[in-house]
Design a protein around this ligand. Structure first.
Ligand SMILES: Cc1cc2nc3c(=O)[nH]c(=O)nc-3n(C[C@H](O)[C@H](O)[C@H](O)COP(=O)(O)OP(=O)(O)OC[C@H]3O[C@@H](n4cnc5c(N)ncnc54)[C@H](O)[C@@H]3O)c2cc1C
Length: 436
């Protein structure tokens, strides 16, 4: 090595464990410059008058970046935090710190890949290379038993073949020491107000409290897997649905690697096979949607999806949509789930399916509106998981035969709920939450 510096561009991989770009950079360069950009794009309006990032996820992101900085400092390094468009910032920092290469993890959804393409083009103009790594899936793309274009559309077939003919790679080591160049201004974490986001109100009815970052991600993973061990729940899908891991928010930001969850879960399945573990099965759904996005690109963002025709739409769309978002549909189960989503940023997979199916099948509102609403509200928003699941529920996905998905119209009225979220709670004049 000869005084080489590599810029490691953190995006949705906010961790030091099992992070190939970080490890590879420490092996290839004397110094590394870890950078995270708060890109205004993600804090701007999306469609239908919604925000791309709501307050609950924005706070979780700030906590996660703060924790990443602490993790890097514990290894002797520093995280440079910048505010602005990565296509401006990354080349500027690369020149300032005389970087010889930039590393990042490749994304799959259209907006995310457009951002890295813009960075790549800008770097190219100053004769620097953006090196792409694959690090967001359980199974590595290179290890799939089929080329991307031949990945089975059926989840069942995808799962069968991948588990039979492929293996999950071991986790990467965590670097023991990181040297960053002399950083004149490492930058500070923006406040929510600086990002144009309101402070979220913590609802006292929430039964789980999230704190962003790798430290809490690892704690939650160990706590959850230990609890499975104690009750032997990995073998029982009903228990998994009733007692979900809550890991998705950390996985979506990359505070936790799916691969680590897999290997930890496997250690604790006490002799049962990988495929016997429900947690691992759930993680495979995440891989499935990501690979479907790789295979089909932007098709998951069209109202008509793969069917050539969009689902039937009511004429008073906007009114019905607003009633749904507010939890004012008159169906207790749906309303309670929407209140819970608005208050906490999380609802279980079953509730997501129920409210999505109700919006599409009963209210006949365009599913893209619902998906955009989830994009704003979910603490664990991830493009492929969100738009992929929505397309399936709307019946416009590439494989809609899976019986995992919610049955459809008029089912929700039969669902009973004892949720604490049946009523709406709003802040009173003193800022406390009050029931209305
Ligand atoms: C309409 C709709 C929208 C969704 N949007 C998102 C989203 O934006 N981000 C997101 O992470 N998940 C999304 N999901 C998938 C799923 O609901 C959540 O991943 C899960 O509820 C998260 O809770 P958990 O971590 O406790 O899950 P667990 O049940 O404990 O599952 C473990 C992990 O498996 C993965 N997983 C489980 N179910 C699915 C699934 N159906 N699709 C993809 N991955 C899955 C997640 O990474 C999850 O953390 C959506 C589902 C629906 C029906």
């Amino acid at each position: 090595m000869s005084g080489k510096t590599i810029l490691v561009w953190f995006r949705n991989d906010l961790r030091i464990h099992d992070n190939e770009i970080l490890l590879e950079a420490t092996r290839k360069a004397d110094k590394i410059l870890p950078v995270f950009c708060f890109d205004p794009f993600y804090f701007s309006p999306s469609n239908y008058g919604l925000q791309k990032t709501g307050s609950i996820r924005a706070r979780f992101l700030l906590e996660s970046v703060a924790d990443l900085r602490l993790q890097l400092r514990s290894l002797g390094g520093e995280l440079l935090i910048a505010n602005g468009d990565p296509a401006d910032l990354i080349p500027r920092l690369a020149q300032q710190y005389q970087v010889s290469e930039v590393y990042h993890h490749r994304e799959v959804a259209a907006q995310e890949t457009a951002i890295s393409e813009a960075v790549e083009t800008a770097l190219w103009k100053i004769k620097l290379n953006l090196r792409h790594f694959i690090g967001h899936t359980l199974y590595h793309k290179e290890d799939l038993p089929f080329p991307i274009k031949d990945i089975p559309d059926s989840f069942a077939l995808f799962k069968k073949k991948i588990e039979r003919d492929s293996n999950v790679r071991p986790c990467f080591e965590t670097p023991t020491c990181i040297k960053t160049p002399e950083i004149t201004d490492p930058g500070s974490l923006p406040t929510l107000a600086e990002l144009g986001i309101n402070l979220p109100l913590d609802d006292p009815r929430a039964d789980f409290s999230y704190l962003g970052g790798e430290t809490t991600a690892l704690q939650q993973m160990h706590r959850y897997i230990q609890s499975l061990d104690n009750s032997n729940q990995t073998k029982n899908s009903k228990n998994q649905a009733e007692n979900p891991s809550r890991l998705s928010a950390w996985i979506s930001l990359g505070c936790l690697s799916q691969r680590m969850v897999y290997h930890e879960a496997l250690k604790h399945t006490l002799g049962t096979s990988a495929s016997g573990s429900t947690l691992i099965n759930e993680l495979l759904w995440r891989d499935y949607f990501r690979f479907m996005f790789k295979k089909y690109g932007s098709q998951f963002f069209n109202a008509e999806g793969f069917k050539g025709v969009a689902p039937e739409a009511a004429c008073n769309q906007q009114y019905l949509f607003e009633q749904w978002t507010l939890g004012h549909t008159g169906i207790p189960y749906i309303d309670a789930a929407m209140h819970e989503l608005n208050a906490t940023g999380y609802i279980s997979n079953f509730k997501r399916q129920a409210v999505a199916a109700f919006l599409v099948n009963d209210l006949k509102v365009e599913w893209l509106k619902g998906a955009a609403y989830f994009e704003e509200k979910l603490i664990d928003y991830s493009p492929a998981s969100n738009w992929g699941n929505w397309a399936f529920i709307a019946g416009v996905a590439n494989d809609t035969r899976d019986d995992r998905f919610f049955p459809g119209a008029k089912q929700s009225a039969k669902l009973e709920t004892a949720s604490d979220f049946i009523s709406t709670w709003l802040p009173d004049v003193s800022g406390q939450l009050a029931i209305v």
